[in-house]
Design a protein around this ligand. Structure first.
Ligand SMILES: Cc1cc2nc3c(=O)[nH]c(=O)nc-3n(C[C@H](O)[C@H](O)[C@H](O)COP(=O)(O)OP(=O)(O)OC[C@H]3O[C@@H](n4cnc5c(N)ncnc54)[C@H](O)[C@@H]3O)c2cc1C
Length: 490
């Protein structure tokens, strides 16, 4: 196992951004060492037998990975994983009527929205965003560069800058279309009355059409394993159990990528950063947390509308008004009685996650950052509302409150799974106002986590951007000089 000096680059943290950053640097010819603090690679891609039931595989965090299918960083890699697509990309159960279903096909989806007007609006907005090549998606995942599809990006931006509530009410006349749009936008964990939440809804809905909302067969940890294998194949090295407490714990190297959030970076780099930058890192705003449940089930969830069984992702929360009120309550520090619940049933696409006949399900709701409230009953009530008899199938459950999430992964500060508040202000200051926010004032040290653009999700683009910037800087810099600067610093 390599260690000590002799590396061109060291990456701290093996989440999807750290992994992609490490692979990008290694493929460019740098000698790379990846250091992960816990006993497993993957960060948000980790998983295992969380409920303790043999044969049931649960993802601790991410399961549904459209961003990994769409991002330029992943598109360039030929990874050894098998993608599994559900027949329906997302489902939104409604009280007293059929669920709204989001299919790969735009017209089929639009046809289920309940009115011609809403069908046309869906086609002209979500459908338009999904059409064409990857120019728009690439521009959205590289928010600080010149857009590759300027007209389409401008059109998207004009709508996407709006709050999801205003956009949904402006575009759609009916309850069904408004509700399904709210379910998409609420992934942002931002109050839906705030600017740019409409953009999150548009992007996620468009991805359902463009690339689908698939899972990785066997569990998301397989994707992390494939990325580690790609790193090793490119000549890199990787270690678990190496928690970095101080920059001095990192072997000397001209390039260091930190897949960490600003608060951790402020601690690790304490005493070395300019006061203003350190203050900005310490003042970085974290978003709401999550309370998450994983279940091992004796059978499929008994959805009142059986069509919901075909979707891996299910948004529970009813109408736009109800979802918006729940998210507003969380933003104001409350715990709604009927929260917006994001549920994922991976077996809809990948039956290998459970023994024959069995199923796994996870669901979380948003809670204020650092919340200690047990939301088990509120979440299960929302599932029961649309799937009566669900509780009878529960063989075992595992609950993670915000503190438990953070214990598993230090980047989930206060249970925030998004790497920081994702509202407008922090969208453009992530973590600092700069065209190159990945670069820190310390020469050769870069941030690459979800706390940098383009933010949360398994797309690896934070790592990719940081690695590309480091490569550009590294090639320009006098390597020997850079090394001597680093030697002094340590
Ligand atoms: C419950 C949940 C569900 C989610 N669902 C989805 C989904 O379905 N689809 C999707 O696209 N996204 C989803 N996400 C979001 C996604 O997982 C994250 O946005 C993504 O993992 C962020 O990647 P990252 O590399 O920035 O950080 P992380 O994945 O958080 O990885 C950071 C890594 O750094 C390590 N680390 C931290 N501190 C140190 C240290 N001091 N020294 C060494 N190592 C350290 C951590 O152990 C961790 O491995 C979900 C997240 C959660 C928590």
């Amino acid at each position: 196992m390599p260690g000590g000096d002799g590396f061109d680059a060291v990456v701290v943290g093996a989440g999807p951004n750290g992994l992609i950053g490490a692979v990008t640097l290694a493929r460019a010819g740098l000698r790379v060492l990846l250091l992960e603090g816990t006993g497993e690679f993957g960060g948000g891609l980790r998983g295992g037998a969380l409920t303790g039931m043999n044969g049931f595989t649960h993802d601790l965090c991410a399961t549904v990975l459209p961003l990994a299918r769409a991002s330029a960083a992943f598109r360039d890699l030929d990874l050894d994983v098998e993608w599994a697509f559900p027949a329906v990309q997302a489902a939104h159960p409604m009280d007293g009527q059929d669920a709204v279903l989001v299919h790969r096909d735009v017209a089929l989806t639009a046809g289920g929205l309940g009115s011609r007007r809403d069908a046309a609006a869906w086609r002209h907005t979500v459908g338009a965003a999904a059409s064409g090549g990857f120019g728009l998606i690439d521009s959205l995942l590289a928010p600080l560069s010149l857009p590759r599809a300027p007209l389409r990006t401008a059109r998207y931006g004009a709508l996407g800058v709006l709050p999801a509530t205003a956009l949904a009410r402006g575009l759609f006349g009916g309850e069904r279309a408004r509700a399904v749009f709210a379910g998409m936008a609420a992934h942002s964990m931002v109050d839906l009355r705030r600017p740019i939440t409409g953009g999150y809804g548009l992007l996620l809905a468009a991805l359902a059409h463009k690339v689908g909302w698939p899972v990785v067969r066997g569990g998301s940890a397989r994707l992390a394993g494939a990325l580690v294998a790609a790193l090793i194949e490119a000549g890199g090295a990787a270690e678990t159990g190496h928690r970095v407490r101080d920059l001095a714990d990192v072997p000397k190297a001209p390039v260091i990528l930190l897949d960490l959030t600003p608060r951790q970076v402020a601690v690790i780099c304490a005493g070395r950063l300019p006061a203003g930058y350190a203050r900005r890192l310490r003042g970085y705003r974290y978003g709401p947390g999550v309370f998450k449940l994983d279940w091992a089930l004796s059978g499929p969830v008994p959805w009142r509308d059986p069509a919901v069984a075909a979707a891996a992702t299910v948004h529970l929360g009813g109408t736009l008004d109800e979802i918006a009120a729940g998210e507003a309550a969380v933003a104001a520090g409350g715990h709604p009685e009927r929260p917006y619940v994001l549920a994922v049933q991976p077996c809809a696409a990948d039956p290998t996650r459970a023994p024959a006949g069995g199923h796994v399900l996870w669901a979380y709701c948003h809670v204020p950052n650092g919340s200690t409230v047990d939301m088990t009953a509120a979440i299960e009530d929302q599932v029961e509302r649309f799937a009566p008899g669900f509780r009878d199938l529960v063989l075992a459950r595992a609950a993670h409150d915000t503190a438990a999430m953070e214990r598993h992964n230090e980047n989930l500060v206060g249970g925030d799974i998004g790497g920081g508040y994702a509202g407008l202000t922090q969208f453009i200051r992530r973590p600092s106002l700069s065209t190159r926010p990945w670069r820190t004032p310390l020469p050769g040290v870069y941030l690459c986590s979800a706390s940098t653009p383009p933010g949360a999700g398994v797309h690896g683009m934070g790592g990719y951007h940081a690695a590309c910037l480091a490569l550009a800087d590294h090639r320009l810099a006098d390597k020997a000089k850079l090394r001597s600067v680093r030697d002094k610093r340590f």
